[in-house]
Design a binder for this molecule. Structure first.
Ligand code: MD3
Ligand code: FE
Length: 215
């Protein structure tokens, strides 16, 4: 083991050989315009908002959802809710282009039967971050999570099954798709503070969609 291993040049190196995990750089690029239009349409009905953690911290990432339920957090805790607490209405439906891309990605990772019911959409302004956490509010951890990154690049922190496991730093760029299944499904993960910049088509932000089987 070397202390100076530079993962920035070879993100795939540390993702190789893990069953259920697939790193699919650029898979979303052909869908860029429909994806951005779909996100805008979702946000028009269910606006991005900064939620509050159970500990009372306002999240630096703004979030919204589409699908049969949405992930929410407030002083009462983390959970999936069928109605958007901000509007009282159901979350917008999952856009077909999002479902299509997720199905293609999941199949590549060995999950041809993946049927997501929820999509959490994260919007990172420069400086926003997501601290190390596990995603465990979903009912069935045998289903993978498919993530789609758009806009500014970010350093994704990919840890182990214990919070104390030192995370790998993996760059995620515009159009990258990752499928997190199998043993990585419950790995600790997060996102380092977003560097400032301006993406050609997306602007001064990063967008991340995570497709989940939550219910
Ligand atoms: C690895 N979002 O919304 S996506 C989240 O970039 C979240 O916005 C990050 O973590 C983002 O919960 C990371 C990639 C991701 C999502 C879920 C995972 C990686 C994962 C679950 C298990 C292991
Ligand atoms: Fe997560």
């Amino acid at each position: 083991m070397t202390l100076t291993r530079d993962l920035f040049d070879e993100p795939a190196a540390d993702l190789a050989g893990r069953p259920g995990l697939a790193y699919l750089p650029g898979l979303a690029l052909p869908f860029e315009q429909p994806l951005l239009a779909a996100i805008a349409e979702v946000a028009a009905a269910a606006p991005f908002r900064h939620m509050v953690t159970p500990g009372g911290q306002r999240m630096s990432v703004a979030m919204t959802n589409c699908g049969q339920a949405g992930w929410v957090t407030d002083r009462k805790g983390y959970r999936y809710e069928a109605l958007d607490p901000e509007t009282g209405r159901p979350w917008p439906a999952l856009p077909p282009c999002v479902l299509q891309l997720a199905a293609r990605a999941a199949a590549e990772a060995g999950f041809p039967a993946f049927r997501p019911d929820v999509c959490l959409i994260n919007r990172y302004p420069p400086g926003a971050r997501m601290s190390l956490h596990q995603d465990r509010d979903e009912r069935d951890f045998s289903a993978p999570i498919v993530s789609i990154s758009l806009g500014l690049g970010a350093t994704f922190l990919f840890g182990g099954l214990k919070r104390s496991d030192r995370p790998y730093r993996l760059p995620l760029a515009h159009g990258d798709v990752v499928v997190w299944g199998g043993a990585t499904r419950l790995a600790f993960h997060g996102v380092a503070p977003l560097p400032d910049g301006c993406h050609r088509t997306v602007g001064r932000m990063r967008l991340n969609l995570t497709l989940r089987r939550a219910l």
